[in-house]
Design a protein around this ligand. Structure first.
Ligand SMILES: [Zn+2]
Length: 313
């Protein structure tokens, strides 16, 4: 077990994730994950969709982040990192829970002051919703900073953070906890889709340069509830979302590793952001699923970094 990992040299080596070590004390969920463990990239946890990433994995991810920073035309020095939890009020104002109630993870805790007599600390029902939820996406941290204001120039942001989505399935690549890098613009109605389209072109080139042949596909979000089917159809018909799809494991027909999204005025209106005298601001985001991109790269280039493109090795 991981809990006893320091007791023997062999276990310590496995937990460090050195290349060539095959196993830990945990059961490996599937062959694809076992292959990544053997390659020294990840370690499992007891929960599907939740992996630990080794120093080898993180070193390449840092180089991938530098490639993304260099691709940003707004000359960002690098992302602003958000915490893994977000103010509940901000996520409520974005109406995330109404569109995706099944994906949102909440935080419950005991009240910090006062301990009712006779409280059974093992009883989870005593815990109350906290004022934070698990961040479902990073760009929801941007709009509250501009809330209730008028902007007169397009705003460009470069943000990153750890996100959580309560995904039902757990095949390798469907992370529940994952890191996301997002480039975001809040601007006028005409500029938002043009900015999004310029990122689509840029990403096709960027992914090609790191050896990934992606297909760009119109997509929809997994809307839930009575209006879900309408929202999904509407999103596809209006060409609001495109995904960059590529295999991330041997038996994979294709997984989205990034998405380019137009939100129209949805978030501008929710957060009362106006663009000059032209009504609600529009917004777009270019989101990169960092672990998924890494899985695609490992699938394409293998375990030996000498075989990888220069920009990442
Ligand atoms: Zn976003």
């Amino acid at each position: 077990m991981i809990g006893t990992m320091t007791e023997t040299t062999a276990e310590t080596t496995a937990v460090r994730g050195q290349e060539g070590t095959a196993a830990t004390g945990r059961d490996l969920p599937d062959e694809a994950t076992a292959r990544l463990v053997a390659g020294g990239w990840v370690l499992p946890t007891a929960v599907p969709g939740l992996l630990c990433h080794t120093a080898k994995f993180e070193a390449v991810l840092a180089r991938l982040q530098a490639v993304l920073t260099a691709a940003d035309p707004s000359a960002s020095p690098g992302p602003v990192w958000y915490p893994p939890v977000a103010p509940r009020a901000d996520i409520d104002r974005a109406q995330y829970a109404e569109a995706f109630p099944h994906l949102l993870g909440s935080v419950h805790a005991l009240e910090p002051d006062g301990e009712p007599a006779g409280l059974d600390l093992s009883d989870d029902s005593a815990r109350r919703p906290a004022d934070v939820v698990l961040a479902p996406a990073v760009c929801y941290g941007v709009y509250p900073l501009l809330a209730d204001s008028v902007i007169t120039e397009p705003v460009f942001c470069d943000v990153a953070g750890t996100c959580y989505r309560h995904e039902a399935t757990s095949e390798l690549g469907r992370y529940r906890s994952f890191r996301m890098r997002e480039f975001v613009t809040v601007c006028g109605e005409t500029a938002a889709p043009l900015w999004r389209d310029s990122w689509i072109t840029r990403c096709e080139k960027l992914f090609g340069e790191v050896g990934l042949t992606v297909s760009v596909e119109p997509a929809s979000d997994p809307f839930f509830g009575p209006g879900g089917r309408f929202m999904k159809t509407s999103q596809i018909q209006q060409n609001l979302k495109f995904e960059f799809v590529v295999p991330v494991r041997a038996d994979d027909a294709g997984t989205a590793i990034a998405s380019a999204n137009c939100h129209k005025e949805h978030l501008g209106e929710r957060f009362a952001i106006r663009f000059a005298d032209r009504g609600w601001a529009h917004s777009s985001c270019m989101a990169f699923g960092l672990e998924r991109i890494m899985l695609a790269l490992i699938h394409a280039h293998g375990d030996t970094l000498a075989d990888w493109p220069d920009a990442l090795a």
